[in-house]
Design a protein around this ligand. Structure first.
Ligand code: COA
Ligand code: AMP
Ligand code: ZN
Length: 435
């Protein structure tokens, strides 16, 4: 069947078309945001009104929105429409501090599915493909986000969810999976287990396209994964605050990720001065949603470090391209596709009198699976009872798992035995295998 190369007409807008649409949508979004108690107050405090935002340059007048704002207004304080008109929420991990909540209306969910379908279509997914998703479902946006996008595109979907690698591989071989969504470290784990089981992904599977994202990875990693699995791997960028996956995605040229500018206005700022960086330089990505109803975010500081790639892409899309994510301007860790702040670990540990205040988080790779080990010093009152120590360990692991959604190992060490560093304590050591 002769399919069109593009999923949506907006994909091929030229720069003038994109900017005209952005201007119109920015004005409408700002007016709509006045339905939010949070933004009404923000604008009042900044001495601006919705009518002051008329051009794309006027965006600079609006204060940034931060993750802390989301936490401070937990759970529903930024909503721009009544809760009765919302259809779903996604929430981050965390029980000790306030997690973040992102609300979606029915229309938001449709637009989100459209963006994901557009990304998948762009890299050659078609209705006769079989799409398997190894993301966690539920609150992880990589689950439902890819699910609805793939369904909208019309593929047969296999909502496998995270984990259970043997079953995952059985699905791939038995159902003839052609398109897989996996984070890079898990794609490598899949390959290792396939090898152990004598399965050659090139010979024994129909895999041809891989969407990889959710954690930073290098061009070398991509190439190695492509070689191992016999696929083309496309970098997929998204975040829950912007809905989830579908924010930016590589096209078949594999030269940076097109960020959908009919959905987002992109800025790159210096995280220290908060001023725009010169064109093409690395800084922090700031995004304004211009196609959201329940909870638009204006100038949201993503904390992700990247740059806008100069020049035009030969694929015919004029939406700007962002480079691979280089890291973060905060201390967030991404482990197994799960976002973790060291303070979350600290807050759990602090609840135990048996523990002293020093701890060290080590991230490593064991048998292809990433791991977290937390060494923590016991308080002076040494517990002489082995079974009491075991109970304590189990307890802490359980509390940590509830807090950070991955299962760490906890090791007790004597007080004063963790390496002391000058100045700020080193809390995280990353020894993960870079594939
Ligand atoms: N995606 C899919 N499966 C993963 C994974 C990932 N990112 N990370 C680990 N796994 C697999 C492991 O390989 C293991 O399966 P196996 O032993 O059959 O190979 C299984 O999940 C459990 O992993 P383990 O490390 O023992 O458990 P955990 O309690 O520390 O982690 C997970 C639990 C994996 C369920 C949790 O980390 C998770 O849900 N991760 C996925 C997050 C996600 O989808 N992010 C994408 C957002 S776009
Ligand atoms: P979440 O809100 O759980 O979807 O996590 C979003 C975060 O994951 C982003 O802010 C990035 O830090 C990270 N992330 C998502 N996609 C990528 C990617 N393709 N490359 C690097 N990091 C990514
Ligand atoms: Zn392109």
């Amino acid at each position: 069947m002769g399919y069109s190369k593009f999923f949506n007409p907006e994909e091929t807008l030229d720069r003038a078309g994109i900017e005209a649409l952005q201007t119109e949508r920015l004005r409408a979004t700002v007016a709509h945001c006045m339905g939010s108690e949070f933004y009404r107050k923000r604008f009042r405090e900044a001495g601006i009104s919705a009518g002051d935002i008329r051009t794309l340059d006027d965006l600079q007048k609006i204060p940034f929105t931060t993750k802390q704002d989301l936490r401070d207004t937990y759970p529903f304080g930024i909503a721009s429409i009544p809760l009765s008109e919302c259809a779903r929420l996604h929430s981050s991990s965390g029980t000790t501090g306030n997690p973040t909540v992102i609300l979606h209306s029915k229309k938001d969910l449709e637009q989100w599915a459209n963006a994901v379908a557009r990304c998948l279509w762009m890299v050659g997914c078609r209705p006769d493909d079989v799409f398997q998703n190894s993301s966690g479902y539920g609150m992880f946006t990589g689950g439902l986000g890819f699910q609805y996008g793939a369904e909208l595109l019309g593929m047969l979907t296999v909502p496998a969810g995270a984990g259970n690698t043997l079953r995952q591989i059985k699905f791939i071989t038995d159902f003839g999976t052609t398109v897989l969504h996996a984070i890079p470290s898990y794609a490598s784990r899949l390959y290792e287990v396939m090898c152990e089981k004598g399965i050659d992904p090139r010979r024994d599977t129909k895999l041809r396209i891989l969407a990889i994202g959710a954690e930073p990875h290098s061009e070398d990693t991509r190439k190695r994964i492509e070689e191992m699995l016999g696929v083309k791997a496309y970098n997929s960028f998204g975040m829950s605050e912007m809905c989830g996956p579908g924010v930016a995605f590589e096209c078949p040229e594999q030269n940076g990720m097109h960020i959908w500018e009919d959905y987002y206005i992109v800025e790159i700022i210096d995280p220290e001065t908060l001023k725009p960086v010169p064109e093409g330089e690395v800084g922090e990505l700031v995004l304004t949603t211009i196609n959201r109803e329940a909870m638009p975010l204006l100038r949201y500081r993503t904390r992700d470090l990247t740059r806008i790639l100069p020049g035009e892409c030969p694929c015919g899309r004029h939406h700007k391209r962002i480079d691979r994510i280089r890291g973060r301007s905060d201390d967030m860790i991404i482990l197994k596709g799960v976002n973790i702040f060291p303070i979350q670990v600290e807050q759990v540990l602090m609840q135990y009198n048996e523990l002293a205040s020093d701890y060290l988080i080590t991230l490593d790779t064991e048998e292809g699976n990433d791991s977290m080990t937390i060494e923590v010093e016991l308080a002076n009152s040494f517990i002489d009872d082995y079974s009491a120590l075991q109970r304590l360990e189990r307890n802490i692991v359980r509390m940590l798992r509830d807090e950070i959604l991955v299962t760490p190992k906890v090791k007790f060490v004597p007080k004063g035995s963790l390496p002391q560093s000058e100045g700020k304590a080193v809390r995280v050591r990353d020894l993960r295998k870079k594939y």
